[in-house]
Design a protein around this ligand. Structure first.
Ligand SMILES: Nc1ncnc2c1ncn2[C@@H]1O[C@H](COP(=O)(O)OP(=O)(O)OP(=O)(O)O)[C@@H](O)[C@H]1O
Ligand SMILES: [Mg+2]
Length: 407
């Protein structure tokens, strides 16, 4: 089967991407500025030179905790002087960082930025200071990070994700939830609310002698929001499966996605309102599990299953390179669906993505990036594997916290 003949040529109708990126006191960079076009950027450099940090900075132009899921306090630049005793703990705590960018979406150029800002939480006993992430669009502070989604979106693949298909289900759930956010901004609020209520419910039960009405109201909230989360996940999986089905590929493996969760499966059998009642009852029945440290069934236990379709092989049993390819297949399908949905392609952040790929797959990936018209930021230790992008990409090298064109 000829790949290009069968492939739906999803292309962004409008150019999009980061035109100018500025980092201030971000990780290893005191100050860094990169000017780019809406075309791929290949960043090379030695280990520890700061390649991933640049991708992480771009990921902070989208809602959430960035591609490393970092704590805000870990991002501000640490220098040897800080670790010795030239600075007091308060001075260190007051340090900040910022990422700003000019992004293009359609014909428009917009200034967006994000930074850590000190905030204090007052209680009767103490006043505690903590870092808060603020977001600015065209110079104005906005109340919600979700606003960023109107101007830029990003999907990433990092070396940490090599372990996504092995081990516990939590990282797979978070991965899937991020795919949902791209289409349904409310999903982020729902998952955050659910986690908040769940924690409160769990702590009330653990502490013993809880107020029954309070427990019931938390269970009601969790059931209603939990069913909405399950429904949104199901919709996303169905959307991606339909898309993948319609676009068979003979180089990257076709994936099949599935959800393995009690609540998601109940939605196959009964209307959502009835599943809400079922979930509320299920939570009530499991109150005693908390006391015995038994697991609690529900949307926080759902697993996101991925299969190599042709081989009928679960992803966790696939080889390292196959797992990487499955991940790429998902991210490309997601990016194309987003492009169709929003009219512009999401930025792709591909950290050491070619590490486990054979030459054929690597070149196929680069070609797909060009077809998608996505601004891909690609890192590697050497530029040699990227000759296919020679005429299209900007090649940059990082060294000594500075960036320059690759030679
Ligand atoms: N908060 C921080 N302040 C200062 N430096 C930091 C901070 N956090 C991380 N670093 C340093 O930034 C450097 C660059 O890290 P980064 O992960 O970007 O390197 P890399 O070029 O991607 O390396 P590799 O090729 O090994 O993946 C590392 O030496 C790391 O220790
Ligand atoms: Mg790196």
């Amino acid at each position: 089967m000829n790949n290009t003949a069968t492939e739906i040529q999803v292309q962004a109708t409008e150019k999009s991407g980061v035109l100018r990126l500025t980092l201030t006191d971000f990780r290893n960079y005191p100050f860094l500025r990169i000017n780019a076009h809406c075309a791929p950027v290949v960043i090379t450099g030695e280990n520890g030179s700061g390649k991933t940090n640049i991708l992480e900075a771009i990921s902070f132009l989208t809602p959430g905790r960035g591609l490393r899921g970092a704590r805000l306090a870990d991002i501000k630049r640490i220098t040897p002087a800080l670790i010795t005793d030239e600075y007091s703990p308060t001075e260190i705590a007051n340090l900040s960082w910022a990422v700003s960018a000019t992004v293009q979406k359609g014909g428009e150029e917009i200034e967006i930025g994000t930074a850590a800002e000190k905030s204090t939480r007052e209680t009767a006993e103490e006043s505690r200071s903590f870092d808060r992430r603020i977001v600015k669009i065209d110079g104005n502070k906005v109340s919600s990070q979700a606003e960023l989604g109107k101007y830029i979106s990003a999907n990433w693949i990092t070396p940490q994700m090599d372990r996504l298909f092995r081990g516990g289900s939590q990282p797979r759930r978070s991965f899937l939830d991020r795919l949902v956010y791209a289409f349904d901004l409310e999903h982020a609020r729902r998952t955050a609310n659910f986690e908040h209520w769940y924690k409160e419910w769990y702590q009330l039960l653990k502490a013993g002698n809880p107020d029954n009405n309070w427990l019931k109201s938390l269970e009601e909230n969790m059931a209603a929001t939990g069913v909405a989360i399950a429904a949104a996940r199901r919709e996303q999986i169905a959307k991606l499966n339909r898309f993948i089905e319609s676009e068979p590929d003979d180089i990257f493996p076709n994936v099949m996605l599935e959800l393995d969760g009690t609540i998601e499966q109940m939605l196959d059998k009964m209307p959502a309102v009835e599943v809400e009642d079922y979930y509320q009852n299920l939570l009530k029945k499991q109150r005693r599990n908390v006391l015995y440290n038994d697991s609690i069934d529900g949307i926080n236990r759902t697993d996101f299953k991925v299969y190599y379709k042709k081989k009928h092989m679960p992803a966790e049993l696939c080889s390292t390179g196959e797992q990487k390819s499955l991940l790429i297949s998902i991210i490309l399908a997601q990016s194309k669906c987003q492009t169709l949905h929003q009219g512009f392609a999401p930025v792709l952040l591909l950290d050491e993505v070619t590490a486990h790929l054979d030459d054929k797959k690597r070149d196929a990936l680069l070609e797909k990036i060009l077809v998608l018209k996505s601004q891909a930021w690609i890192t590697a230790t050497t530029p040699a594997p990227f000759t296919k992008l020679q005429d299209d990409a900007l090649f940059l090298t990082v060294r000594n916290n500075q960036i320059s064109p690759s030679k």
